[in-house]
Design a protein. Structure first.
Length: 201
């Protein structure tokens, strides 16, 4: 099993707000929000916390799901408590996508709109959801709480991509956990990425 990370600034910003880590048993990416310096600090804080706790606990396959859930809540509290140089709340946040890999099995977690893909037999499978206003609209439509006309009108607006759950909001609303765990097959490729990649494809 082989893992690596790649980051590209692109053509819009002078530098990225994302932080990532790729190890033998843990891969994670966080995409910061809240302004350049704040976003960078939020994503870096979240990733560094997860790496430190993972190295201290070394969870096995059975503990992976609980560990990832616990880390998401812990990261949320940590980022929500960040302050600037003057001691004022930083008001920053970050997405999270992470997977635990052990013995050919994978458990993943996501918060926000960073994605986890599984590429198998030339098929690209999205394993998680984007936690945004559009998802909320879809759920309300399915529950009969809004009309199709209202959904189609709201879904086209820019705010449809506004996140409804992210690390640093101070109380996570939505967390996706993938696998319990998921068995990987020979030749499988798992891709974690921020919206900067999948929105440009």
């Amino acid at each position: 099993m082989y893992s690596t990370t790649v980051s590209d600034v692109g053509t819009v910003r002078s530098n990225n707000q994302d932080s990532s880590f790729a190890g033998a048993h843990l891969v994670a990416i966080c995409d910061g929000m809240g302004g350049l310096e704040a976003g960078e600090k939020a994503s870096r804080t979240a990733v560094e916390l997860m790496i430190r706790d993972f190295k201290g606990k070394r969870p096995g396959r059975e503990e992976a799901s609980a560990f990832l859930r616990q880390e998401a809540r812990k990261m949320d509290r940590k980022v929500a408590g960040l302050t600037d140089e003057g001691g004022k709340p930083l008001k920053a946040g970050t997405t999270l996508a992470a997977v635990h890999l052990k013995g050919g099995e994978m458990t993943g977690i996501s918060v926000g709109d960073s994605r986890i893909y599984l590429i198998r037999d030339r098929n690209i499978i999205t394993l998680n959801r984007e936690h945004n206003y559009r998802l909320m609209l879809k759920e309300k439509l399915a529950a009969g709480q809004i009309t199709r006309e209202f959904y189609e009108t709201e879904e086209k607006k820019p705010q449809a991509e506004a996140l409804t759950s992210f690390i640093g909001m101070g109380g996570l609303r939505i967390v996706d956990v993938i696998g319990s765990p998921m068995v990987l097959e020979r030749g499988d490729i798992v891709v974690l990425c921020s919206d900067g990649l999948y929105k440009s494809l």
